[in-house]
Ligand binder design. Structure first.
Ligand code: NAD
Length: 474
């Protein structure tokens, strides 16, 4: 099923959607491709003519109605996320509530799009800046947060007065279909939101990037694909927002609260089976506390319950696909070859003799810079522990990555915390905080982790153009 110009469509081309915990088919859906994307862009272009003229209050009302409809379906939405993505049901529920909160926040922000009056440099002139929606937006989202990544883009876009063509990940299109059902029920005018689902990501992507009618592309996914989309968008000089990969350092100083730091890794590394772009990739423990820290971390990690996300008490679900599972095996093998010591986990997990993509939550000691895991994004449940001896050394090591999304630092020393805040070259810094993500804050990276921000007032600006108006009062 895909959704264009206010209507659901079926096609002869079908794709099966499977549960990564069991490999059972959850659903078989109609899909589409480049041709339908062209039609969706045309629908969004037509709808933009009137949507851009709506008031903030009107757009707010549509978003609020969608919030109400989604709130009535929280359990159903959470169930779908767990089935197609694999994450434990309570985490899926948290994602649904988070996804709703973006719509809720931007329903309010839609009413607060202000311009500015500038001081004139001529006595007979008036100068002002007005803000207007960018136009038709293409949005491409990943599978790791199949619902919240959609609303984090669509809520500000719609609030700003843009219309949208969304392409979700082929692994998790069912969450997207559900949220579009809510948009439909909320009565969003035809063509304001369009959903294209299909396995030809490149073909759909090409339509979005090459179209002169698409004025903005917003993407969350890998750096590799992000770079290609930026290159392809250059010919039509689109505005782009890129939320890409990361390689977060997690620094534990000798003066840190060790237990707190251990619990932080549990959250930052193992939630969503490590498949989060701000996930910890490199744990750095100060040499003087490394042994105690690693021992506690290994103990807590070994306690995690692996299983189907629908099963009560599951802490860690499956990975999304075989490619991810293979990557875990390769990273561990490479680390062991380079003298790392696996203290817990390290293997594929055989859950109930099934075919699911499970990997044991893993802690590796004696990690060194020459290991693949030191530079390649893991996107899975492996925590390599490195050691360091000085502040100067750790700043250098932490910043030694092409990525710049998130970094974490544990210390009780305020001055040190502030120095880290300034020195770490990342877009998001958590100081004694493993979850530095709130709706009002700008979420996004620097360097090869992307450009542009999502969340809060910052996220809204990405969908607005500033227009300068100079008036001569003759
Ligand atoms: P991916 O880049 O392969 O896929 C992401 C999306 O892009 C999917 O919808 C996919 O179908 C689509 N896509 C793939 N190739 C395309 C193409 N040529 N043209 C247009 N669309 C295309 O990413 P993945 O491997 O599935 O997801 C994991 C990656 O995403 C990780 O690197 C992770 O760090 C990153 N990610 C980043 C954030 C963030 O906010 N920074 C959030 C989630 C995931």
């Amino acid at each position: 099923m895909y959704y264009i110009n206010g209507e659901w469509h079926e096609s002869d081309q079908k794709e099966q959607i499977t549960n990564p915990a069991t490999l059972e088919v959850i659903d078989t859906i109609s899909v589409c491709g480049a041709e339908e994307t062209k039609v969706a862009i045309a629908a969004a272009k037509e709808a933009f003519k009137s949507w851009k003229k709506t008031t903030g209050d009107q757009r707010s009302a549509y978003l609020s109605k969608t919030v109400k409809l989604m709130k009535a379906r929280v359990d159903e939405l959470a169930q779908i996320i767990t089935l197609e993505n694999g994450k434990p049901l309570p985490d899926a529920k948290r994602e649904v509530l988070g996804a709703i909160s973006y719509l809720d926040w931007y329903a309010e922000e839609a009413k607060r799009i202000y311009g500015e009056v500038l001081p004139a440099s001529h006595k007979d002139k008036s100068l002002m800046v007005i803000k207007q929606p960018v136009g038709v937006c293409g949005a491409i989202t990943p599978w790791n947060f199949p619902l919240s990544m959609i609303t984090r883009k669509l809520a500000p876009a719609l609030a700003a007065g843009c219309t949208v063509v969304l392409k979700p990940a082929m692994e998790t299109p069912l969450s997207a279909i559900k949220v579009f059902e809510c948009f439909h029920e909320a009565g969003l005018p035809k063509g304001v939101v369009n959903l294209v689902i299909g396995p030809d990501a490149e073909g759909i992507g090409k339509e979005l990037t090459s179209s002169t009618d698409v004025r903005k592309l917003t993407f969350t996914g890998s750096t590799f694909v992000g770079k290609k989309l930026v290159r392809d968008s250059a010919d039509t000089m689109k505005k782009v927002s890129m939320e890409l990969g990361g390689h977060a350092p997690y620094i534990v100083f000798e003066d840190a609260d060790i237990d707190l730091a251990v619990e932080g890794v549990m959250l930052s590394k193992f939630k969503n089976s490590g498949q989060t772009c701000i996930s910890t990739n490199r744990v750095y423990a100060h040499k003087s506390i490394a042994e105690e820290f690693a021992e506690k971390l290994a103990k807590r990690t070994a306690e995690l319950k692996i299983g189907d996300g629908l099963e009560e008490g599951t802490d860690v679900g499956p990975l999304i696909n075989k490619k991810s599972l293979d990557k875990m095996k390769e990273q561990v093998e490479d680390a062991v070859k380079n003298n790392a010591k696996v203290v817990t986990g390290g293997n594929v997990y055989d859950y109930e003799d099934g075919d699911g993509y499970f990997f044991e939550p893993t802690v590796i000691l004696n990690a060194t810079d020459d290991m693949v895991i030191a530079s390649e994004e893991t996107f899975g449940p492996i925590a390599p522990v490195f050691t360091f001896e000085s502040e100067e050394e750790i700043v250098e090591k932490a910043n030694n990555t092409l990525y710049g999304l998130a970094a974490y630092c544990y210390t009780k020393n305020l001055g040190r915390g502030l120095r880290m805040m300034k020195e770490l070259e990342f877009g998001i810094i958590g100081i004694n905080d493993p979850a530095p993500i709130v709706i009002q804050a700008p979420f996004g990276g620097i360097k090869e982790s992307g450009m542009g921000k999502e969340g809060g007032k910052f996220g809204l600006e990405e969908y607005l153009e500033e227009k300068f108006v100079s008036i001569y009062e003759n």
